[in-house]
Design a protein. Structure first.
Length: 587
């Protein structure tokens, strides 16, 4: 037995030493990779930037140390895509951009539209864009259609079917477990709670969803029609016919593509654009390579602060959330630092959020008001800046949205799960009570709220709505009655929000930076981006096991991951919410 314990102990020591050595070697390798990637990349004359569009595109890239080790990317960041296109435009050695399209998707059509506009601006500088794909998703084709030439694999497809939105309803699912949701809300169009309290869309919600889905599709049709010189009627007719399954030769006939080529044949097209011989090598840079090239920063600093994801209050809610969050406590501290930084002359808030906690939204609104007293604040809206996302935007000096941004949704609600039937009837739990006052048992799990208790909650939610409405009225310099007419939880497209004065201008992030510099009276300026991405040590130590665990679940559950997480955490959200639907889908 003694020898056995000695062997076990020796084995444990050996494993520990092996793990320590491997960790040290891994850290040294990663440091080497980071160091090698941090140098300035030179650009050969007559070069091409290659945009490899695969995977997903989020507001900002969230690559981790584990991604570096495994070689798996953490997704493409819209920020890096736009920056690489801008730098390629300004670099005289870059002649054109080659888009290599794969299975690619973005968080919103507004993000796709932003990239498309950047490519259009690139072309206006006299440079060319060529796109190629083995197959094109609908959103990727919308993006690629802006190119001078669009090519498709001879056996490829173009998905073209139009847009739809398919809300999901869980009322009957919860009922099977003995769970009901009690609701207090303000706003006929405030549709987020319908997922838990109804089995179909309300008339008001159907009206607004129809309006914004149609509006987004109209933007897609307009863009493709203008770029490819195809009538909108034809594009709609082909969507109705589901030409996704047409023979590839028909796409040429329809003028959706300029030719059917294999990858090696497209290379010949690129070489012709560069006036290269057939045996010559194509000087090429990836988007990440482009970001490592020299970029001169002139003038004063305009800070661009990214706020995207659900709006939460504090670390506890951040830990239970899926994906990136806007943690009010952290955001307020960051904005205060920017306010007190004399080097920063103006601030652009880049917001992509469907809202969240009404309380947390109010805290950020207050900090924006403080910041605005010292320097100009401009909001740049991404795919969504609605409900709480609009709450934190409305006080800015100027608001810029994409035409297909989803915004507005001025309204709040409170949802209160009633699990009493689950406990008492399904599980057989018994309750008894002793109390000192009439409402001492308020919030008990043993029963739903009674009518008197709901009246208190209704008054509380109504008070929150009136405050939200006042914040909008003050920020946008509109009468309360005018705000009420466009509030009620109504979701608006950016192009429609412009008409009702919820936003000031249509455009992207570059337009917002330019406007911020103008408000600060800056002749020369450059943009700096906040909050800084995690450094090596933070990325190594910060939640990588949890991320891997969630990635495994996400790959297994697919689209149902968001639903699973929502049901798991539904009783942990702030009771009072300013947000759009939990499970938002346009496909």
């Amino acid at each position: 037995m003694k020898e056995f314990f000695k062997m076990v102990f020796a084995t444990m020591v050996g494993m520990l030493l092996f793990g320590l050595v491997m960790t040290i070697l891994g850290v040294m390798c990663i440091i080497g990779m980071v160091a090698s990637g941090s140098g300035t990349r030179s650009v050969e004359n007559n070069s091409v930037m290659v945009m490899n569009l695969t995977g997903s595109m989020e507001e900002r890239s969230e690559g981790s140390v584990l991604d570096m080790i495994t070689g798996e990317g953490g997704g493409i960041g819209l920020d890096e895509v736009l920056a690489s296109i801008r730098m390629a435009k300004e670099n005289e050695d870059i002649r054109g951009i080659y888009i290599e399209a794969g299975m690619f998707g973005a968080d919103s059509y507004a993000s796709i539209q932003a990239v498309r506009n950047a490519l259009s601006d690139f072309r206006k500088s006299g440079k060319w864009v060529i796109a190629y794909g083995d197959s094109y998703t609908q959103s990727t084709y919308y993006l690629a259609s802006v190119a001078d030439k669009v090519y498709l694999n001879p056996q490829g497809q173009i998905d073209w079917h139009g847009l739809s939105s398919e809300p999901m309803f869980l009322k009957d699912v919860l009922a099977k477990f003995g769970v009901k949701v009690q609701l207090s809300k303000v706003g006929a169009y405030k549709s987020a709670p319908e997922m838990f309290t109804s089995d179909k869309m309300s008339d008001a919600n159907r009206e607004q969803v129809t309006a914004y889905v149609t509006g987004i599709w109209d933007n897609v049709l307009k863009g493709v029609s203008e770029s490819r010189k195809i009538s909108v009627d034809s594009l709609n007719a082909w969507a109705d016919r589901l030409i996704t399954f047409d023979a590839p030769e028909n796409y040429v006939k329809y003028k959706l593509v300029d030719g059917l080529l294999y990858t090696d044949e497209v290379k010949k097209v690129v070489k012709e654009q560069l006036a290269l011989a057939e045996d010559d090598r194509i000087p090429r840079l990836s988007m990440s390579d482009m970001l490592q090239t020299k970029y001169k920063r002139n003038g004063e600093e305009v800070a661009v602060y990214y706020a995207y994801g659900d709006i939460v209050d504090g670390n506890a809610q951040s830990m239970m959330a899926q994906g990136h969050v806007i943690d009010a406590q952290e955001v307020c501290k960051d904005l205060e630092r920017l306010m007190n930084d004399d080097e920063v002359k103006a601030v652009v808030l880049r917001i992509n959020s469907g809202g969240g906690s009404a309380y947390a939204s109010e805290q950020i609104w207050h900090q924006v008001e403080m910041l605005k007293q010292k320097k100009p604040v401009v909001v740049s809206m991404g795919g969504m800046a609605a409900s709480g996302g609009y709450y934190i935007s409305c006080g800015a000096n100027w608001i810029i949205a994409e035409p297909t941004t989803l915004t507005g949704s001025i309204g709040i609600f409170g949802m209160f799960p009633d699990v009493s039937q689950l406990l008492t009837e399904k599980l057989g739990v018994k309750f008894d009570e002793v109390k000192t006052n009439k409402n001492s048992g308020f919030g008990t799990m043993s029963r739903p709220f009674n009518s008197e208790e709901m009246s208190y909650l209704d008054a509380y939610v109504e008070r929150g709505y009136q405050l939200f409405r006042k914040r909008v009225a003050d920020g946008r310099k509109l009468p309360i009655d005018s705000v009420e007419a466009i509030a009620q939880g109504h979701v608006w497209l950016g192009q429609d929000a412009l008409k009702i004065k919820l936003v000031d201008e249509l455009g992207g992030l570059d337009s917002a930076v330019k406007k911020a510099a103008q408000l600060a009276n800056l002749e020369e300026y450059h943009a700096s981006y906040y909050p800084g991405k995690k450094d090596f040590l933070e990325s190594l130590l910060g939640g990588q096991l949890q991320k891997s665990y969630l990635d495994e679940w996400r790959s297994s559950l697919g689209d149902y991951m968001q639903l699973f997480t929502l049901m798991k955490n539904m009783n942990m959200h702030n009771a009072i919410q300013a947000r759009v639907p939990y499970y938002f889908n346009i496909r």
